[in-house]
Design a protein around this ligand. Sequence first.
Ligand SMILES: *Cc1c(COP(=O)(O)O)cnc(C)c1O
Length: 422
Amino acid sequence: MSFSRKPRVEAGTTSAPADVFGYDAFFNHALDGLKGAGNYRHFARLERLPGQFPRALLHSDGAVREVTVWCSNDYLGMSQHPTVEAAMVEAGHTSGAGAGGTRNISGTHQVHAALEAELAALHRKDAALLFTSGYIANQGALATLASRLPNCIVLSDAKNHASMIAGLRQSGAEKLIFRHNDVAHLAELLAALPRERPKLIAVESVYSMDGTIADLRSIAALAKEYGALTYVDEVHAVGLYGVRGGGIIDALGLHDQIDIVQATLAKAFGVMGGYVAASAATIDFLRSFSAEFIFTTSLSPVLVAAALSSVRHVATATDLRIRHQTQVAKLKKALAAARIPVLATDTHIVPVIIGDAKRCKAVCDGLRDNHNIYVQPINFPTVPRGTERLRLTPSPLHTDAQIAALVTALTTELARHGVPQA
Ligand SMILES: *Cc1c(COP(=O)(O)O)cnc(C)c1O
């Protein structure tokens, strides 16, 4: 990287010359690179309207407008559910705002244990362990498993989430990447490995950007054949699939064939936090060895109480799951009828492929400025260059009228910016 360093010496100082390297010049040069490529991240400043999801206020350049949000991971609108809100407020009154320490030192409360028991039951595992986020759960669990299993080799799907990659890198374990959802490739890699060597297969059940679903049945069979441990990120599936919202593993009845389930409390459950569920030995091992679990203050009891209330509510909210899938199907059908280029998926994730970072942002700006619709452009490195997209996530709370308005607006903006029809 080349940039012009601007050594700067503070006037009037004789000792310690400041910024000899030109740190800010370096940072700005890197940011200019992002801006030039159209990959600079602009955060939209939202003000949520309790009880009105997916409507929200969008603040920009001193102006405020009411928009419909079409890109939230609050998949079921649970973040504003009255029962969840009430549980959160109640916990604030009874427990206070913070946990007061790490889990080891006064940060384990009754409510943490209750949520872990609920999550273990949801996934039909012996035990579960809370982390401060889904990201940290992946990083901590994968780093700990892959580094401590002796001579462990990891088999990782090419599209695994950044948090899984972070944990696996941190572990220092050898890693083989198999082509996305290519079970034959995974089988080939497994067959070439020594039988006795510990193996860890790491995948997601629902891939967040493409909406693809892993062939967990085949992966579980391969794992059994070759003696591998299986680790599945169900972040985009919990709450949404399975009779009680236990995810794709639950929907397929694979509870006893997948070893470790990881998920978040922040998406369909609408709160915050992450967890893993597995055998008693696995969970006790992670509890005892994962630095990401041990050396951080535990989740606020306010968050844990809200999450517990949400998980319990969602478990029996079959109507919500049905309504979610109904609205997803309606949106997909309307987009297809309007010949909008959508990546076909079997899930609730609806990617509209634009294929160019600047155009992707221009379409999103147009949706916001001309139609009061908020969708965030998804660019590199979240998705490969040339596949830049809008990632639409309908919820049970998006109305038929909002779907119709979105499709009309998209048709106009895609035409304005020269995006070819499907
Ligand atoms: C969002 C996400 C995570 C991280 O979960 P958080 O609770 O938001 O930290 C992990 N895995 C996948 C696939 C995700 O999309």
